[in-house]
Design a protein around this ligand. Structure first.
Ligand SMILES: NC(=O)c1ccc[n+]([C@@H]2O[C@H](COP(=O)([O-])OP(=O)(O)OC[C@H]3O[C@@H](n4cnc5c(N)ncnc54)[C@H](O)[C@@H]3O)[C@@H](O)[C@H]2O)c1
Length: 327
């Protein structure tokens, strides 16, 4: 039966839709296009332009297509914006998310794969971080994802809704067709590549005095093709009756900001100028996943382990789409 993908016109959602289509999985997308791109949506897939909080629309899609599962990507995703505009973030991610869960429950859709994040953990007390790591989000964005996780647990208990909550670390890279095009862009790899492309003068490095091997922050970059594969696995797990659970998605390897920049120099063959700035408040020094649980239970293993490979995929996409998607 078909799966409803919310936010399927976005970065990770669009790559996941392609993979599901490749596997012969019927898919329907809903996206309000606040951040999405029409050209990112697989042309074989029906796209409904509207909000996940529009109960009448979601109900009509579920009934028309006989939806039995939902992969829920739709959300605002910028940590910094969420600090400045918490109301907008809670309204969209928690408020609209709750309306979506209510409509799905009322229409009998009780299998949900949810995009959560390592931002629900906050400052690490141990690394690599496993799923039992304490959760103390440092931003309204992180809290908004944390609250949806708790709602899913309550819906599980009360209504028998089964879910897989996937806590991604840093999504990165591109497939042949889908890449990263956020406006404004805030993620490191596209920003570094914009310098290589001559679209920006320098890349800012926020802090070079952290207690890491080269002083810059370390993150775990997981390729969107691997994230897409994890959603496919999670859907299969739920369809086989798997119990509700949370899984980290990361490579288990950490790359520092300076290493990412060096890798981008190698991949692009271009000069990338760096400007060291003061630390940003709230940036953790070292965030790396322990993703063994996803490997054991979902049979998921990331294939992109080398940062050069991930950056190379992004570089190809940006060369082919220097201004992002046309629509
Ligand atoms: N990019 C990352 O590194 C990362 C890391 C951890 C978790 N996540 C989560 O993964 C999901 C996808 O992230 P992304 O980077 O692809 O973001 P994105 O902004 O590219 O995609 C999100 C999509 O959701 C849509 N959307 C937002 N609010 C909506 C609403 N109310 N109704 C309908 N559509 C709506 C947007 O138009 C957009 O197309 C998000 O939930 C994000 O929080 C992303």
């Amino acid at each position: 039966m078909p799966t409803l993908v919310t936010g399927g016109a976005g970065y990770i959602g669009s790559a996941t839709v392609d993979l599901l289509v490749e596997h012969g999985e019927p898919v329907v997308v809903i996206d309000n296009m606040s951040e999405g791109h029409f050209d990112a949506v697989n042309p074989e897939v029906p796209l409904y332009e509207g909000s996940i909080g529009d109960g009448a629309l979601v109900r009509s899609i579920v009934e028309k297509h006989g939806i039995d599962a939902c992969i829920h990507f739709a959300a605002h995703t910028n940590v910094g914006d969420s600090v400045v505009e918490p109301g907008r973030y809670y309204a969209n991610n928690v408020g609209e998310g709750l309306f979506l869960l209510n409509t799905l429950t009322a229409t009998g859709v009780k299998q949900i794969v949810f995009s959560s994040t390592c931002a629900t953990y906050g400052e690490p007390v141990r690394v690599p971080m496993d799923e039992d790591h304490p959760q103390h989000p440092q931003s309204p964005y992180g809290w908004s994802k944390f609250f949806v996780e708790r709602m899913l647990e309550d819906f599980n208990r009360a209504y028998g809704t089964r879910f897989v909550g996937l806590r991604y670390f840093n999504a990165a890279g591109a497939t042949e067709l889908r890449g990263e095009d956020h406006k404004p862009e805030t993620h490191l790899i596209p920003l570094v590549l914009f310098v290589a492309l001559g679209k920006r003068g320098t890349i800012n490095v926020f802090g070079d005095d952290y207690g890491t091997h080269d002083g810059s922050c370390v993150r775990d970059y997981v390729h969107i093709a691997d994230l897409a594969a994890a959603h496919w696995r999670a859907l299969g797990y739920l369809r086989k009756g798997g119990k509700s659970d949370f899984f980290n998605l990361g490579t288990g390897r950490g790359q520092s900001v300076l290493e990412v920049i060096e890798a981008a120099r190698k991949v692009s063959g271009r000069e990338i100028r760096v400007k060291v700035e003061a630390r940003r408040p709230g940036d953790a020094s070292y965030l790396v996943a322990n993703a063994e649980k996803a490997e054991t239970i979902l049979d998921w293993k990331p294939r992109y382990l080398e940062i050069e490979e991930t950056i190379e995929s992004a570089w190809k996409w940006h060369l082919a789409h220097p201004d992002g998607y046309a629509r």
